[in-house]
Design a protein around this ligand. Structure first.
Ligand code: GTP
Ligand code: MG
Length: 181
């Protein structure tokens, strides 16, 4: 009946997925939103997005809009506009290319220059160590410390290929958005 509609909420959250080219941002979003994976690399030009609808609980439906920001440097200035109204971000690096972790502070700086929450605070951020299916011997040892130093909520090993930890990672951000107003 009509009364039921009063306490059912449908929310729209815009989140960013950022990091160097080739780390797997597009693949993560495809796997998470569509449950598909391709091993072919097709560079993202500018930006793209996908929406996943999540039934969070009996009262809450979340339309999660995931923005896939091109990692290639030549799109850097172009992508600034896509950061507007974002509520959270996943920073991605590639476990098989350690230099992509070194770029994370740069991506964080960009993020914090380009966006903030409606209350003026920094966006909540998580770190994704992607391609965990390939290279589990080579996990950087200082990630806890790195997150603490850089004000990153937490980190996860992920795989877009094998669908590892993507739901739990996104749920961490959703939980944050729902509970910090
Ligand atoms: P840009 O669009 O240029 O910024 O790159 P991107 O971060 O979107 O990378 P993309 O998702 O296109 O992935 C780059 C390559 O890595 C592709 O060949 C993917 O198939 C591969 N890849 C992505 N995620 C994984 C993963 O979890 N495991 C493995 N083994 N390969 C992956
Ligand atoms: Mg891409």
């Amino acid at each position: 009946d009509n009364n039921n509609l009063c306490y059912k909420k449908e929310l729209l959250f815009k989140y960013l997925v950022i990091g160097d080219y080739g780390v797997g941002k597009t693949s993560i979003i495809r796997r998470y939103a569509e449950d598909t994976f391709s091993s072919k690399y097709k560079i993202t030009i500018g930006a793209d997005f996908a929406i996943k609808t999540i039934t969070w609980d009996n009262y809450t439906t979340i339309n999660l809009q995931l923005w896939d920001i091109a990692g290639h440097e030549r799109f850097g200035a172009l992508t600034s506009v896509y950061y507007r109204y974002a509520l959270a971000a996943a920073l991605v690096f590639d476990l098989t290319r350690p230099e992509t972790l070194n770029s994370i502070p740069k991506w964080l700086k960009d993020l914090r220059n380009r966006s903030s929450l409606p209350n003026g605070q920094n966006l909540p951020v998580i770190l994704l160590a992607n391609k965990g299916d390939v290279n589990l011997d080579n996990i950087p040892k200082h990630l806890d410390e790195f997150c603490k130093e850089n004000n990153i909520l937490t980190w996860f090993i992920t795989s877009a290929k094998e669908n590892i930890n993507l739901d739990i990672a996104m749920n961490t951000l959703i939980d944050y958005t729902l509970h910090h107003k």
